[in-house]
Design a protein around this ligand. Sequence first.
Ligand code: 5GP
Length: 187
Amino acid sequence: MRFTGVKGLHPHMQKILLTEEEIQSRVRQIAGQISSDYAGQDPLLVGILKGAFIFLADLVRYLTIPVQLDFIAVSSYGNASESSGAVRILKDLDQSIEGLHVLIVEDIVDTGLTLNYLRENLRAREPASLKVCTLLDKPSRRLVEVKIDYNGFVIPDEFVVGYGLDYNGHYRYFRDIMVLKREVYAR
Ligand code: 5GP
């Protein structure tokens, strides 16, 4: 297990939830499913910035089909560890998605509010199909029902960081996914 520049468990972390090896093996499996489901369809993968950037980068390199990529950046109003439900697009897609097979790639679905908003927003642009792939799912916190087509891991109600996920911009670079100590975000 590697920690970039840090030996042992980082002092802000309570524990490792998912190791690099577990994550990579699951991402490879999901890529296999997507490759067979979308064979011949040249899908457009839409990464949700910033959290999904590492997941998406690994995912596309395990795929065995051609894909296109685009990115959308959203911010939910609220503080860093609680989402308020209102979503704002900070950076929109560069291209039209009308008639394309679109797969949203998200880091984590928590209350479901962000994904619900994005699904509706992208659906209105009339893609040929619209599905969702998320690395993590925290179903215990769901406020709105959202359909997830590909899910990496169901996780408990803990605030996690690493593998692209941050807290106030920190910890994204870790290869493992870890539970952040409550005292770090409660202070
Ligand atoms: P939702 O709208 O589903 O409540 O929240 C989705 C967004 O909240 C995610 O894309 C992510 O940015 C953030 N989020 C929710 N839970 C966590 C978590 O445990 N850790 C981190 N780092 N972000 C989270």
